[in-house]
Ligand binder design. Structure first.
Ligand SMILES: [Zn+2]
Length: 382
């Protein structure tokens, strides 16, 4: 097993300059959710040249891709993200996530080509629109994870965390429409806003609900016949968020009843689930990253954010470790962007990418490990 890990690491080292170049190109040309055309092109061309079977615009999502090598099971999946933030570019370092996914994929391909190759295959999955849109939710819906046994990705951050806590996030759109010319739809929105603000005093401290009025009428001379609100609900777990969603619904319905309006609530379909880290997989990752010389890594930490990897983590056993780059700059800032394309960040990314490849080697070669990981997954989901 150690020999296979050494093969993966050596391959990643040998492609270091190419990997940095791909990542730098993505960083220099930031593209936002679902518009990552050049990143998609760069990554798929690169993987194809390196001998992967590449499917561009995978499952009909223009900027998604799948690159595979090998066949059969287990099918281990390493995930790339590559979308940027509007205005401030790669201030979340997704260029590094792409670099890590491709690096781990190359390492595993070398393992599968070696004389001691284990059974199975590697999938490098290109998942667009993490920052907004939830590309992984689309991919899940299209069956992209159906044949996958485990999945993993790593994310740069101001600190290193093995099992970060990401919360469940639901996005709601609420429309009030008056039934007669006398019903005031803005009143309905104001009532709902006030009810929810009062309710907020009696919710779990780990939950939150906040919203805005997007449309409150067009002229003071006219009784507003429609109004539109948008809300976000966050909870530590999916069930916490759903419980809060139910309470919020009653506020919207009561406001509609009181004002004689009709309420239409879109289903919060593309909500981000909390992150369900598989602890057996995480422990394997920890051992591997420590063997590579990383010492400073916290077990867990509450991140007041969300990721569409949460949804994946409920479908297949997954991990999403975060690793320190820079000097404490917080992500989603211009300061963080300034450290996502520097030599130190690339080196750290490749070190942590090796640990992904090594963890996949453990899963592919370790007697009974995959079964244990899957048992833990089923146990946690029930
Ligand atoms: Zn991010």
């Amino acid at each position: 097993m150690a020999q296979l890990k050494a093969i993966a690491s050596a391959k990643i080292d040998s492609f270091k300059q190419d990997l940095i170049a791909v990542s730098s190109d993505i960083w220099k040309k930031p593209e936002v959710a679902y518009e990552e055309h050049e990143a998609h092109q760069n990554l798929t061309n690169f993987l194809e040249k390196k001998g992967f079977t590449v499917e561009r615009s995978y499952t009909g999502i223009e900027t998604a891709f799948r690159a595979t090598f090998g066949s059969g099971r287990p099918n281990v999946c390493v995930i790339c993200e590559y979308d940027a933030l509007p205005e401030i570019g790669h201030a979340c370092g997704h260029n590094l996530i792409a670099e890590a996914g491709v690096a781990a994929g190359l390492g595993l391909k070398a393992v599968l080509e070696s004389s001691d190759a284990p059974k199975g295959m590697v999938t490098v999955l290109g998942t667009p629109a993490e920052e907004s849109g939830g590309g992984k939710i689309d991919l899940l819906g299209n069956g992209a994870f159906d044949e996958i046994d485990i999945s993993m990705m790593i994310h740069p951050a101001p600190y290193s965390i093995l099992k970060p806590i990401f919360v469940k996030r639901m996005h709601l759109k609420i429309k009030f429409a008056s039934k007669t010319s006398q019903d005031n739809a803005l009143d309905a929105a104001i009532l709902a806003y006030t009810s929810i603000s009062h309710m907020r005093q009696q919710i779990k401290t780990t939950c939150s609900i906040h919203g805005i009025i997007v449309d409150g009428g067009c002229h003071p001379n006219l009784v507003p016949d429609k109004s539109v609100m948008e809300y976000e609900i966050r909870g530590l777990t999916t069930s916490d968020a759903h419980a809060l969603y139910k309470r919020a619904r009653t506020c919207f319905e009561a406001a509609a009843n009181a004002t004689g309006c009709q309420v239409i609530m879109d289903n919060p379909c593309k909500s981000y689930d909390d992150l369900n880290c598989n602890s057996i997989l995480a422990d394997l990752y920890l051992r591997n990253v420590r063997d590579l010389g990383v010492v400073d890594i916290q077990e867990t930490k509450f991140e007041n954010g969300s990721t569409d990897m949460g949804n994946v983590s409920y479908a297949v056993p997954s991990i999403h470790p975060m690793y320190k780059i820079g000097n404490g700059e917080m992500y989603h800032t211009r300061d963080f962007k300034s450290v996502t394309n520097i030599p130190e960040a690339h080196s750290t990314t490749l070190q942590w990418a090796k640990a992904m490849a090594h963890t996949c080697v453990d899963v592919m070669t370790g007697e009974g490990i995959l079964d244990k990981i899957k048992q833990m997954h089923t146990y946690h989901n029930n």
